[in-house]
Design a protein around this ligand. Structure first.
Ligand code: ZN
Ligand code: ZN
Ligand code: ZN
Length: 236
């Protein structure tokens, strides 16, 4: 069996050579069933690509916000809003999103000899449209990414699925930092994350999905319900 190229393991499952099954959170690799990565990593990549245009739009909305106050917080009586300033870190991050998605989409289209992302005249088409088009193209071509993964990256790079997943996770985390959004609605106490095994599962306001603050994993309520039962059985 070939393990996930991201090094994913199965919680509380151990290799025969595991040094300390009592302390080890799980060291048995997850099988690479989607190219070089596991099913969970491929699903996560799809979600991050689906989220990318939304996060980009959110960042665009917060470029001009000033101060350290969370965007949704109400000002105290008599408090004066700091003057709106263009936040360079938000602009930089937006450019990173645009460049990362654009570069991956163009590069993959080229290497797969597929129809490239359609970008009609940059002066007419906004960056927002470019981000959306690139993310959509990458999502649609996720299944074909396995071909490139198997071939490996050019010049000894990571396989595209691994590299793109890492890049998008990094962008999403930075976005959380520079423009915090989605206040936490509730914490899932007593249920560890199935991916990183940390007690860091939360539900964000306005969402049904359960997500992990440590590793970025997202689960539907259905999957979370199944996991809760499984986790309780394992932990008892
Ligand atoms: Zn182990
Ligand atoms: Zn994986
Ligand atoms: Zn996690």
């Amino acid at each position: 069996m070939i393990g996930c190229a991201n090094g994913c393991t199965v919680a509380r499952r151990h290799l025969t050579g595991c040094a300390d099954p009592g302390e080890c959170p799980g060291c048995q690799p997850r099988p690479a069933l989607a190219g070089v990565v596991c099913i969970g990593c491929r699903a996560e990549l799809g979600r991050l690509l689906a989220d990318a245009p939304l996060i980009y739009a959110w960042l665009a909305e917060h470029v001009g916000r000033g101060g350290s106050r969370p965007p949704d917080a109400m000002p105290h009586a008599g408090q004066v809003d700091p003057p709106a300033v263009i936040r360079a870190e938000v602009v930089d991050l937006m450019n990173d999103y645009r460049d990362t998605l654009g570069r991956y989409a163009q590069d993959m289209a080229h290497r797969l000899r597929a129809h490239p992302v359609v970008i009609v005249r940059r002066d007419v088409n906004t960056d927002t449209a470019l981000v959306a088009a690139s993310a959509r193209w990458l999502r649609n071509n996720c299944p074909r990414m396995s071909e490139l993964d198997a071939a490996g990256g050019e010049g000894g790079e990571f396989p595209p699925a691994v590299a793109l997943l890492a890049a998008l996770l990094d962008l999403a985390r930075t976005a959380h930092r520079v423009a915090p959004w989605r206040p936490i609605l509730r914490r899932c106490v007593g249920v560890p994350c199935p991916e990183c095994h940390m007690a860091a599962l939360v539900v964000h306001g306005g969402e049904m999905d359960v997500s992990c603050q440590e590793c970025g994993l997202t689960m539907t309520p259905e999957v979370y319900a199944v996991w809760t039962v499984a986790a309780a059985a394992v932990l008892s």
